[in-house]
Design a protein around this ligand. Sequence first.
Ligand SMILES: [Zn+2]
Length: 86
Amino acid sequence: MIDGSLCPHMSSRIDQFLDDELDETTAETVRQHLLECEDCSTEAEAWVVIRHAVKRAYEPDAAPASLLERITAELATSDKQETPAI
Ligand SMILES: [Zn+2]
């Protein structure tokens, strides 16, 4: 699932994007790329699932991260039809 097939310049960006560490302009660029690039969206989706699981494990009572919820929703409605709901 997570391998080296994604766009090289996006790899670290995705990580920072999911950590909400990017400025708005860069974050928007990454977000757009995720919507257009299947490789990177798959990568991001995998990270979202992992991070979500980790977050829930450590913060069972915390509210869902709105950013991750948004990304997950957008990815789910963009081009994914084969991915089962988690
Ligand atoms: Zn890409």
